[in-house]
Design a protein around this ligand. Structure first.
Ligand code: SAH
Ligand code: TMP
Length: 387
């Protein structure tokens, strides 16, 4: 299926750069062989992850708590060695690893985006500014030894060459070591028609079937999984070397569930395509109607996901006046492709629009808790999906 010409989701830009903006074709496909939902054209990772990377994990307090809990869970369940070594792929600003660092646990974060890596270091997180792959894994193994836990959150879906990751993980893990990662769950994307989870950085959307198939050739099996409500519906997968652990019943349950949901059938994805087209038409119609009524409409949070929505629906600043966001690096710039101005959060707070489009619908709970006043003053929330 095609979402048309798309800019990079996090390539917020200045006016002077409008004419040289980069576009690619956003065209995902389902692989009937390995069961991953994946992009057919992947922009170069070096164009996406660099010293001006715009996503800082710490912008969500909810995620700070989530990662604290994640660290406790890993420590209690899997870190039984006296001096364990924990490695994280895509450690960003250190939101997860700092919880291990504070307990004096030997750790290493691999993070190619220099600006976020620097913030992690400021939080006491040992960080290597590199892309993780099998070549780097060899160096890590020589320098640090084998890992008791390799962690990753919202990054496995970013890495085009998963074979290299399979090799690297199988090289690095101790015999009883675990590879734990969480990512947006394909089942939720289909259920919610959350097509905005599809963008350049999300090369893949996984399911339990996909994860099983991808890591099988590397002697790794899925031993446990846990559904997470984060990022609009995610799945945490735990993998280990074959036959080291009993397979938890959650794995078989999820595999069966995916079969009953038809995640393996092409017809499911044909239906998804239709649902996306329907969603686009109803969402743009709603915005046009509101505009005709003379409403002022603002976007709440310039998320990566919003780039897909805005460009697929062709929503420009004649419909959405501005988008507010708390991230300094995005403010004063324009949204990728549609060039809607991004203003600081205070602009929203001081000039409530009639309608706010909640692009950060994955942070709804946190945002509703702090924005009660907006609705009390008559403001309306709108999302492109039913929550
Ligand atoms: N784990 C954090 C950050 C997710 S954003 C969280 O869940 O909030 C994805 C991060 O992965 C970015 O910081 C990006 O720079 C990094 N990344 C992308 N490709 C990578 C690779 N090949 N190896 C390691 N990190 C990578
Ligand atoms: P994400 O959906 O990719 O996690 O991006 C979240 C974006 O939303 C990030 O740019 C910060 C912004 N944001 C706000 O502006 N206000 C908020 O309250 C929250 C939670 C996020």
């Amino acid at each position: 299926m095609s979402f048309g010409q798309m800019p990079l989701a996090n390539a917020f830009l200045n006016k002077k750069d409008f004419s040289s903006e980069y576009f690619y074709k956003l065209e995902p496909a389902f692989c009937e062989h390995c069961h991953t939902f994946q992009l057919t054209e992947q922009p170069n990772p070096r164009a996406m992850f660099h010293e001006n990377y715009a996503f800082f994990s710490r912008t969500s307090n909810y995620m700070i708590t989530h990662f604290q809990q994640f660290s406790h869970w890993v420590i209690e369940r899997y870190l039984h060695n006296k001096q364990p070594f924990v490695m994280e792929i895509g450690s960003n600003d250190g939101i997860l690893l700092e919880n291990f660092a504070h307990q004096g646990i030997k750790h290493l974060g691999i993070e190619p985006s220099a600006n976020v890596a620097e913030v992690a270091r400021q939080h006491g997180v040992n960080t290597e500014c590199q892309f993780f792959n099998d070549e780097l894994a060899q160096q890590v193994q020589q320098q640090y030894g084998h890992a008791d836990a390799i962690l990753a959150a919202n990054v496995m879906c970013h890495i085009p060459d998963l074979h290299s990751i399979g090799q690297a993980v199988s090289r690095l893990l101790t015999p009883k070591g675990v590879f734990i990662f969480e990512d947006p769950y394909l089942g939720d994307v289909l259920d919610k028609t959350a097509y905005d989870q599809i963008y350049d950085e999300h090369v893949y959307l996984f399911s339990a079937h996909a994860v099983t198939n991808i890591f099988k050739p590397y002697g790794l099996e899925l031993i446990n999984l846990q559904y997470q409500t984060t990022h609009g519906g995610s799945m945490r997968y735990v993998l280990a070397r074959n036959k080291q652990y009993d397979i938890d019943s959650s794995v078989t349950k999820q595999l069966t569930y995916e079969q009953t949901q038809g995640l393996h059938k092409m017809a499911t994805y044909e239906q998804f395509r239709k649902n996306c087209e329907h969603s686009r038409d109803t969402f743009t119609n709603t915005l046009y109607k509101k505009k005709q009524q003379g409403q002022q409409i603002a976007g709440y949070a310039a998320t990566s996901k919003s780039t897909t929505v805005l460009n697929y629906c062709q929503i420009k600043s004649d419909l959405i006046d501005f988008i507010s966001d708390t991230t300094a690096i995005k403010q004063g710039k324009f949204s990728p492709g549609m060039h809607i101005p991004i203003y600081p959060y205070e602009t929203f707070k001081e000039n409530y629009p009639d309608t706010a489009v909640l692009f950060a619908w994955n942070h709804k709970q946190e945002i509703m808790a702090k924005e009660a006043e907006f609705a009390q003053q008559g403001g309306q929330w709108l999302t492109h999906i039913d929550l």
